[in-house]
Design a protein around this ligand. Sequence first.
Ligand code: UDP
Ligand code: MG
Length: 320
Amino acid sequence: MSGRGNRVTVVSPVYNEQDNVIALVDELTEVFAPLSYELNVLLVNDGSREPTTIILDELARTRDNVTVLHLSRNFGHQAALTAGLEAADGDAVVSMDSDLQHPPRVVLELLEKWEQGADVVHSVREGVQEGLFKQITSRWYYRLMRAISPTPVIPRAADFRLLDRKVVEVFRTMPERARFLRGMSVWVGFQSAQVPFVVQDRRAGVTKYTLRKMVTLALDGLVSLSSLPLYIAFYVGTFVTLGSLAYFVYVIGMFFFTDTAQPGWSSLMAAMLFLSGVQINLMGVIGLYLGRIYDEVRGRPTYIVARTAGKSLNTGVSAP
Ligand code: UDP
Ligand code: MG
């Protein structure tokens, strides 16, 4: 291996993946067996029910390269990943899902790009394993993001990526609670590379991403990477106000200089409805940001570690 260090930590968030975690650790171990890297697997238990917790503790006890962080409840995928990134102490830190949709052997390709000098290695999904709904919403979402965000988010990127130690350190200094790692990992800069991979079918179980979690993630991404919606609110507000002023002048003119002024019930209603619609919309946009500002200002931790099991990490993990 070249001079980039040989300690690799694989971070994987686990939420009720009782039928997948053992296979994940086994396959990672197998992939790394012929290599001279030192592999550590850091599983973040994001408030899973039994039997996942028992299986994780068992893995931590029997495998000498497995560490488990048990969060105190379900904090969500991005928060769990953040917990893992903050605890991981490898020279390279790879994040991947624990349902084996991100194939362990692709980690080798991520490492190869890292050895070649990339500090952030993104993976890009190929093939169509997702349902039609997710495909369409995801496509339009990334289109929108690219149009309005100054940070060029990579379309079809997955939360399957490699970060060099120094990037992980930068992540630790980014205190935002609403985490959108797909955006943050581009925003930080550094040399980056991309590796395509074919998304596998989930090995067992069903998706843990409810529609609600998806919408939250999508909004977090928008709000964290772009202030444009706020400016749109400003511009649309200005435009509508000027428009209504002009209309007001027209109405006054009709009143004084013609005798055709009638009680224009329909235009009045139309204008009123339109204006209230715009107002509610704009208030919603402000609310989106305000809610997040409130979250940030409160300064609560992104996650809470209840306990750890298995091999201890150099960084010393404790509840923040
Ligand atoms: N996950 C998590 N907390 C959650 C939801 C999901 O830690 O609240 C984990 C889950 O165990 C998996 C990864 O995040 O390892 C991705 O979730 P999932 O596979 O359900 O999402 P999908 O691949 O369907 O988008
Ligand atoms: Mg999945």
